[in-house]
Ligand binder design. Sequence first.
Ligand SMILES: Nc1nc2c(c(=O)[nH]1)N[C@H]1C(S)=C(S)[C@@H](COP(=O)(O)O)O[C@H]1N2
Ligand SMILES: [Mo]
Length: 315
Amino acid sequence: MLIKTPDLIKPSEITDRQLYLNRRKFIRAGANLGIAGALLNTLTISGALAATKLSTVKNRDYSTDEELTPYDAITSYNNFYEFGTHKSDPSENAGKFQPQPWSVVVDGECMKPGTYSYEDIINPHQLEERIYRLRCVEAWSMVIPWVGIALADVLKRFEPTSEAKYVAFTTVMRPEEMPGLRRRVLDWPYREGLRIDEAMHPLTLLTVGLYGEVLPNQNGAPIRLVVPWKYGFKSIKSIVRIEFTRKQPKTSWNMSAPQEYGFYSNVNPEVDHPRWSQRKERRIGDFLKRETLMFNGYGEQVASLYRGMDLRKHY
Ligand SMILES: Nc1nc2c(c(=O)[nH]1)N[C@H]1C(S)=C(S)[C@@H](COP(=O)(O)O)O[C@H]1N2
Ligand SMILES: [Mo]
């Protein structure tokens, strides 16, 4: 099987792959224009390294069939404040970031705490493709073909105890590679958390790729969370710590503006953000707005998690 992580690729191969991708792009363009491949060798190698292909099985049960947001939009219109607060900052500033080698500290209420490498956590044979809607709290949305593993399958291996009521996640903090950390727009490191049943829900994905290739740095390489029924900020990027806790953990946006961002942050068109409505959203690429769906359209699967809870209070 042809699965490689970036640290296993020799520089010679990277060059070949970049050339291959450039050629593929060029051939596509050339085919339309009716020109031959004679110019191919003059192409220059530029830009970020090409991504590595991942072999996956598509999970149709957990995929929407809506039109995919183009790769270029998903990878150039980002929120990743460690690289800057403008949507174009992450793709422009994340080139220095080193996502390999990688390790994650697992601690708190579990029987198997420790420091685990990327390879310990991600079994390439378990990778699935899942096409999810992502709804940002800023009222835009995308449809993204993620590659990942159900978070539950990863967490179970650490054997959480009965005291594990929540799971807390932390993003890496590398000022040398992440220029956005210089400004204290948030109380770094970026932190997020889920209740244990949310973390164990089969829709919750530990994500390592998109469009069948490893995650670009700006999308949270090498490991990020994706929780499709919650606002995008719950989907924490570049995770270096997973802690099982008894108490509800602190989360970055809640600490920064508690009246605007709650712990749950389920997509909810009925509960406005104090400064704007959440009733509608603009799908990136669309002209007209569309209605936002309760739980981002995943209500059938997740509504039962919140039975009996006042979702205006627990926003
Ligand atoms: N560490 C970290 N994770 C983060 C963010 C961030 O600024 N830092 N932004 C969040 C927000 S607001 C959104 S909408 C999604 C965006 O993910 P994408 O850029 O892959 O679309 O990432 C989330 N995860
Ligand atoms: Mo967001």
